[in-house]
Write a protein that binds this ligand. Structure first.
Ligand code: HEC
Ligand code: HEC
Length: 280
C-alpha cells in the first residue's frame, strides 16, 4: 500500500518517465521546444501544435509533434527525427523552413537527440491537425530552400573547443545549440540568415522589439548575480518585465536550467568578443 502510493506520487512528479525520457525532458526545456509547438490559449495540450509564429516571410504554425500516427509524428523513426533536427529535412526529403531553428539544433549531440526523441515518444498523443503556414508568395515553395541551406547552413554537431574548459564548452553548447539564443539576438541579412561575424550582437525583431547585444559590450554593465536574476525571473534590476518573446524564453528555458548550467551559460556570454551595437 505504502509502496503503491509512493509509486503513484512518483508518476505524478514525472518519475514514471524512463531515464532517457527524463533526460530528454530537460533537453526540451534547455531547447525551448514547448513554446513554438503549443497554442497560447489556456489548457492547450502541450506539443499539439497551432502556435502562430509571425516572421517577415509570413506566419508559420508550429506543427503537432505528439506521437499521434496521423496528426503528429507517431509514424516517424528515431532516424527520421535525428535527420529532421540535424539536416532540416522531412522524412519525405522536403526541406524545412529555418523557422524550425535547425541552424542551431543541428549542433545538438546525438545523445541529446536520442533522449529528446524518447521524451517526445512519451507525450500523450493529440489528434489536432497541424495547419498550413500562411506565407508570402515568394517563399511558398520548399524547393528553393536547398539554395538557402547551401549558402547559409552548415550541418553537424557541436564540437567542443579544446582551448576552453568544460564549463565554457557547456555554456557554448547551451547558447549555440540548445538555447538557440542567436536566432533572436544575432542580426540577419536580407535573406534571413544570421550574420556570423555579428554573433549575438543584438537584432531588430519587429517595429518596436529589439533583442539586445549579449556580448560584453552591454552585459558588462550587469553583475553575474543581476544577470542570473534576469534569466531566472524575467525581470531586470530596475523591476522592468522583459518583452514577451524573452519572457517566454525565461519561463520555458533559462529559469529551468540547473544552477551549474546557468553559471556555464553566463560564463560563456562573458567570454564572447565584445561587439559594437548593431546600428539602428
Ligand atoms: C522558434 C520556434 C520553434 C522551436 C523553438 C522549435 N520548433 Fe519545431 N518546428 C517549428 C516550425 C515552424 C516547424 C515547421 C517547419 C516547416 O514546416 O518547414 C517545426 C517542425 C518541427 C518538426 C517536424 C514536424 C513535422 O510534422 O514535419 C519536429 C519533429 C520539431 N519541429 C521538433 C522540435 C523540437 C524537438 C524542438 C526543440 C528541440 C523544436 N521543434 C523547437 C518551430 C519551432
Ligand atoms: C524569441 C526570441 C529570443 C530568444 C530565442 C532569446 N532571446 Fe533574449 N531577448 C529577446 C528580447 C526581445 C529581449 C529584450 C527584452 C526587453 O528588452 O524587454 C531579450 C533580452 C535578453 C536579455 C536581457 C539583456 C539586457 O541587457 O537587459 C538577456 C540576458 C537575454 N535576452 C539572454 C538570452 C539568452 C541567454 C538566450 C538563449 C537561451 C536568449 N536570450 C534567447 C529575445 C530572445
Amino acid at each position: 500500500m505504502v509502496l503503491y502510493s509512493a509509486l503513484a506520487l512518483l508518476a505524478i512528479a514525472g518519475g514514471a518517465l524512463a531515464q532517457d525520457a527524463k533526460r530528454g525532458l530537460y533537453v526540451s526545456k534547455a531547447a525551448g521546444c514547448l513554446g513554438c509547438h503549443t497554442e497560447t490559449r489556456p489548457n492547450a495540450q502541450p506539443y499539439a501544435g497551432g502556435r502562430a509564429l509571425a516572421t517577415p516571410f509570413g506566419t508559420f504554425f508550429g506543427p503537432n509533434i505528439t506521437p499521434h500516427p496521423r496528426a503528429g509524428i507517431g509514424r516517424w523513426s528515431e532516424q527520421d527525427f535525428i535527420r529532421a533536427m540535424r539536416l532540416g529535412v522531412r522524412p519525405d526529403g522536403a526541406h524545412y523552413y529555418p523557422a524550425l531553428p535547425y541552424a542551431s539544433f543541428t549542433k545538438i549531440t546525438e545523445a541529446d537527440l536520442k533522449d529528446l526523441w524518447a521524451y517526445l515518444r512519451s507525450l500523450p498523443s493529440s489528434s489536432r491537425a497541424s495547419q498550413p503556414h500562411e506565407l508570402k508568395l515568394y517563399v511558398r515553395w520548399r524547393f528553393p530552400l536547398w539554395g538557402w541551406k547551401l549558402l547559409f547552413f552548415s550541418p553537424g554537431p557541436f564540437v567542443p573547443d579544446p582551448s576552453r574548459n568544460a564549463s565554457l564548452n557547456r555554456g557554448a553548447y547551451l547558447v549555440q545549440a540548445l538555447g538557440h539564443c542567436g536566432e533572436c539576438h544575432t542580426p540577419r541579412n536580407w535573406l534571413g540568415a544570421p550574420k556570423k561575424d555579428r554573433f549575438l550582437a543584438g537584432a531588430k525583431l519587429g517595429e518596436k522589439t529589439r533583442a539586445p547585444n549579449l556580448t560584453p559590450t552591454r552585459l558588462k554593465k550587469l553583475s553575474d548575480a543581476e544577470l542570473k536574476d534576469i534569466l531566472r525571473t524575467g525581470m531586470t534590476a530596475d523591476g522592468d518585465v522583459l518583452a514577451e518573446s524573452m519572457a517566454e524564453v525565461v519561463q520555458n528555458t533559462t529559469s529551468q536550467l540547473e544552477p551549474q548550467d546557468l553559471d556555464a551559460l553566463i560564463a560563456y556570454l562573458r567570454s564572447l568578443p565584445a561587439l559594437p551595437e548593431e546600428p539602428r
